[in-house]
Design a binder for this molecule. Sequence first.
Ligand SMILES: [Zn+2]
Length: 379
Amino acid sequence: MLRIIGVSFLAIALTLGLGQGPAQSVGSTPVTFPKTSKGLKAPVTLPARLDPTPAYQPQVSCSPVDLVGPRRLRDLVLATYKIGGKGNISRNCVEGLSEHSEGRAWDWMVDSRKAPERAAAADFLAWVTANHGENAKRLGIMYVIYNQKIWGVYRESDGWRASYGHVDHVHISLSWNGARASTSFWTGKIQPKDYGPCARFAGQPAVLRSTARTARCYAPVALVKKSTNAVQAMGSKASTVKGAQGLLGITATGVFDSATWTAVKAYQRKHDLPWTGALDVPTWGSLKPGDVTTDVSKGYSSTSAGAYGLKNFANLTLAERQTGKAVLFAQVALGMANRDRNGYFGPVTTAAVKKFQLAHGFAQTGTVTKAEWTALSRS
Ligand SMILES: [Zn+2]
């Protein structure tokens, strides 16, 4: 009897268009779209040309900051449709790969089971995806997910594909141009591609930055130090986080919160570490040197590290922002503090180089060349 009632209810629900509606084949829209859509009004005059199709740019960094693009999009959508919940932009970094984790996705809380909310979502999605994603390109929308369907502008010819969940909200992921609101919808101009943050060490979170980067990333280098401690980032709960908080001089809660994020960044700035805001392997190597399991400079004195550098790296010019083994050997040869020897050439290393150059009668260039290695191998 109960089962019959259940079936009857389902039949009524389908008739009324409740629930998720009748089963849809891949390619059909997640909800019924209107013939013409209201869409969003751009704050500027749009150029005739369209922005290039955004490529899929996956999450590479970890930041709790809501970026300007999703904030402006959220405000405009809510002002235009006057329905649905504000939802979230940034989110922690422990629930799998997500552009939310770097503040460039937004969840518009519009329930596909509630007709007025569904209609607003349908209008918006019809507008975003029309004409091969014209407005997605103008806004830098990489993909949207709604009611178990995903549409990506970089796979526009595939239409709506099967996905999961997102029954009560529209998920909107933005490219870096979209995230920084530099696309034509906001600026009236076509801007150069923003490649987003870069990882300096392979497998580690990317370095945070507040401005566009229009050059491709250098290839990340292999870690020069490894540690027994696993990477921890926003949202992590771990005993190692508690230990790190103690070492950073902040309240030891064991929960990686925004105060921890700020303290980690400050520590990284001070000790020439890639500015990732995460307790990554280079940061662990600095904070807890006793837990380092691999150190490619292990056993070298400052003089023998200088000799090794002269033999192996003399043809390079080492300068700020470079990363890797040569940098680590220079840091050892310069006699820098162990916690600052990370294989990452930042201002602390530059200052050490200049100090060495001053003491040895070199011009204070802050770079390491054959002349410096020669002197380092003798000092
Ligand atoms: Zn989302």
